[in-house]
Ligand binder design. Structure first.
Ligand code: FPP
Ligand code: MG
Length: 326
């Protein structure tokens, strides 16, 4: 069963709400490159994890205002989609969701503007909900979005940095992935008038879930196929990303010098040899165990929300995240 079905959320309605952002944009004509590129990215699929999280969060509040919640859910996907447009250019990835990435279709300059426009447009959309002096809505368009950019910058700054610490890796991963997910759950709850303590617990839950998700995504670089990843396995390692399995492998005195030698011009065959060595070093299992521990911690937070019917949605998210990645 698909995640949205398990959560009883009608995905086409979420998509309609997202497309509506473009359709009703007074500043962008529907036939423009901007509108066409955004619509094409949105209709190309995706699991809509972040909108689903906003909606799940809203089930913890007494007064879910459907229109407001769905608008926020759509805004969350808009931020995510904008970040993917920029990410694919930074990673030089020609494909997204198995289809040509936005910059492959439009060229680099328009794609930069499209991504920037989308993230700025979200601020405008969300400002509507701040008219009632509720600051929470800004968390999505400001705090979560700036953390996303910060995380990406930290990743760039630490490329080929084999002295990266576990704390730095975790901070970068939280900024890049989990804080937006955490914010989605919390904003849904706050918009539905949930108790602040409950909204805070959902934030913590989303943070742990997101971090576990990022670690699993990092593991995929070692275990995924080219078809699954849309890029050759080991691309993260080759492009200098020191992920959790790499950090663990660096503790191995024999393996460390081989990893440290990897740079932008290392031949693919050498990288493949290091990948094989990392795979048989037990580092993948350690990273997997780390990610499972985070899921367990998230499960404990969910267990404390037993007075809510929506508790079962958190368990559904946990089961889903337990076996899947980005
Ligand atoms: C995917 O990472 C990318 C992110 C989670 C965030 C990217 C953020 C930016 C590029 C900052 C710009 C943000 C805005 C809002 C314009 P990945 O490359 O590890 O995953 P992938 O395999 O899905 O590409
Ligand atoms: Mg990428």
């Amino acid at each position: 069963m698909k995640l949205n079905e398990a959560l009883q959320i009608h995905l086409p309605s979420v998509d309609r709400e997202i497309v509506n952002i473009v359709k009703h944009d007074p500043d962008v004509s529907r036939s423009s490159v901007v509108a066409e590129a955004i619509t094409s990215l949105i209709v190309s699929g995706g699991k809509r994890l972040r909108p689903l999280m906003v909606i799940v969060g809203s089930r913890f509040g007494p007064s879910p205002d459907k229109k407001k919640i769905w608008r926020l859910a759509a805004a969350a996907e808009f931020i995510h989609a904008a970040s993917l447009i920029h990410d694919d250019m930074l990673d030089d990835s020609p494909l997204r969701r198995g289809r040509p990435a936005t910059h492959t279709q439009t060229g680099i300059y328009p794609a930069v503007h499209i991504g920037s426009y989308m993230s700025a447009r979200v601020v405008e959309l969300i400002a509507e909900y701040s008219a009632d002096r509720k600051r929470y809505a800004f968390d999505l368009s400001s705090v979560a979005t700036s953390k996303l950019c910060l995380g990406e910058y930290q990743q760039l700054k630490h490329a080929y940095d084999y002295d990266l610490t576990l704390e730095q890796y975790l901070e970068k991963s939280r900024n890049k992935t989990s804080l937006l997910m955490a914010a989605c759950l919390r904003i849904g709850a706050q918009a539905a008038g949930a108790d602040e303590a409950v909204a805070g617990k959902l934030y913590e839950f989303g943070d742990k879930l997101g971090l576990s998700f990022q670690i699993r995504d990092d593991l995929l670089d070692f275990t995924g196929t080219k078809e699954q990843l849309g890029k050759p396995a080991g691309s993260d390692l080759h492009s200098g990303q020191v992920t959790l399995p790499v950090l663990f492998a660096l503790e191995d005195a024999e393996l460390a010098p081989r990893i440290r030698r990897i740079g932008p011009s290392t031949p693919q065959s050498e990288v493949e040899g290091v990948i094989a060595a990392i795979k048989s070093s037990g580092s993948l299992e350690r990273a997997e165990a780390y990610s499972v521990r985070l899921l367990e911690e998230a499960r404990q937070i969910a267990a404390g929300l037993e007075s809510f019917e929506a508790q079962r949605d958190l368990f559904t998210l946990l089961d889903y995240f337990g076996c899947r990645s980005r």
